[in-house]
Design a protein around this ligand. Sequence first.
Ligand code: ADP
Ligand code: ZN
Length: 682
Amino acid sequence: MRKFYVLSIVVNTPLITEFEYRWNVEDGNKIIPKIGQFALVPFGRRKMLGLIVKIKNKSEFDEGRLKNVIDIRDHFTEVSNDWISFCNFAANYYHRSLGEVALSCLPRNLKILQRKTFEKIKEKINSSIEYQTKNNDFLPPKLNDEQDHAVNTILKNNGFCTYLLFGITGSGKTEVYLSVAEKIFFLRINTKLPQILFLVPEINLTPQFENNIKQRFPKLLVVTLNSKLSEKERLNNWILAHEGKASIILGTRLAAFTSLPNLELIVIDEEHEPSYKQQDGLRYSARDLCIWRAKQLKIPIILGSASPSIETWLNAISGKYKLLRLKKRSIISAKVPKIKLVDTKKNVTENGLSKVLIDNLRIRIENGEQSLLFLNRRGYAPILHCNSCGSINKCKNCSTYMVYHKIGKKLQCHLCGFNLPIPRSCSGCGEIDLKQIGKGTQKIEESLKKEFPDARIIRIDADSTKLKGSSEKAFNEFHKGNFDVLIGTQMIVKGHDFKKLSLVGVVNPDLSLFSNDYRAEERLFSQLIQVSGRAGRFKSKNHHSNDESVVIVQTHYPTHHLYQSLLTYDYEGFANSIINERRFAKLPPFIFQAVLKAEAKELVLVMDFLKKAKELNKCEDIIVNEPVPAMIRKIGGKERAQILVESYSRKKLQFFLKTWIPNIKNIKTNLKWNVEVDPYEI
Ligand code: ADP
Ligand code: ZN
């Protein structure tokens, strides 16, 4: 009879090691450990949750001195080997430890989950499933030819394949996902209940999606996973997914790591969205990881978009992904809105609005139709500047300008939150005539209210929706038709299926054209496609007295290729021109990148550190660029700089990082640094 086991366990620490612990079975302890179980272990002075990755008979160390495992959480099922390999892949690819990946993505409360609590969750599982079986009186629409073709192609193919469902807004991509899901649930007779993972960019912006799914599958358990859930809900939903009880897991990027024993399909809606990339901590791309996971499990993955990311598009036209197109709007009476460019060089704007836009708004308001005004927040925040000496208020902690807020009467930094009362006069020269550059959402709202005193106007942006649930409420009111005009930033462009919207105004998109960020144009184009897609989704013609819906784009540069492509909704033309630019400029996806970012109180310290890091390795086919200050050099009093590392081969880049990163760890320094693979913003 064996007295103890030696367990190799990983915990959430950057140290790339497994730690050995002892699990005694001699004193009546019946639990036989298994790989994939979680265990509570002493780590330094703390107790941490660990994952058992190996079970040994003997240790190479003195077994008497190994620390004891405190408890093995055997009340829930162990995670699969597949899941551990998936975390291992992510750890290797992003150069993190397995423990960091596997444990940091779990619900926090798993650590303190006791047997009793778990039994309660299990009870709830059974009662909730019964509740789910009650109603079923929903008839889905009949698929059109394009949708039908897409669904059949996906179902015909067994095993792994990445599909790009490239469909214009309103073409019924959701219907395709749901039909494929339906077939998987009801036609494939399987002993196990299949699971489907749906990823969406931001849960709050796509409330209809969740309703559609629940309406379609009233008998199945649908759970959500996103950072807005309470710890309790998150644990609950994670357990339901992990135990195979939840059939549909609807989540944001963090859901990509969920343990799902019976996963049969992954859907990534709006695959081009930047929010699939985690920008801090474990810097991963949920989309890329999901593609790997689908390949590992030999299951299909569907990427959906009306304006795919350039890297996905390139993979689709090169045949690596299978391209499925939806070119028509699915509701026959719904027409794609007509795009009109207003040249603001000729049509002077007053308070940010051109006469053409005002006139169009007036018609809609008089006809009882709804309009939406989209403001490009990036670089468009109102900033106070002095007309006589030109000085502008900068944040004392950051290398950015302070933004003027009328409400609260303050200047505020949007990075660190530092704020000041609005100055009466210029701090440089004493001039009292301070003017605003740029028109914020509040400003536009004001001038609209002046122009249309009787119109019902609502604003949705980060400032107006700080309270939990306030954006949902505002959107609901707009959906119900209780407002005529909706003004907002990025938050309003996505997902919503507005049924009474016939005008979209784009107030100032131009600043994205001159960004240092090579992805800015791609992002702008996709936002414009998205926001245009909110209009013209009428179910019947009665809603709307005009012939067609319009999108009015105010721009200084109407001949720019981006706007010219937009005029005809020519995503392909736009994408091809971007691809040519990137190929010529040797930018991703034609090159692979990683970036070493560091920060400290003083820039010289950061630069010194980076120079040392640059000297560490020389490697053929790897370009290690010079250290440079970050685009936003200073945030919260910390100076930031970085080194960009590039290679034409992903493999070679990975190989280089494998030795470079451990060597950087040997540099003696207290400053904070990290390496990001496939960075999104550099
Ligand atoms: P997308 O996600 O491609 O922008 P949606 O999935 O939101 O488009 O579909 C737009 C609208 O069309 C929805 O109201 C949806 O219910 C409806 N719809 C989808 N497919 C069909 C169809 N085959 N027949 C009728 N209506 C459809
Ligand atoms: Zn600041």
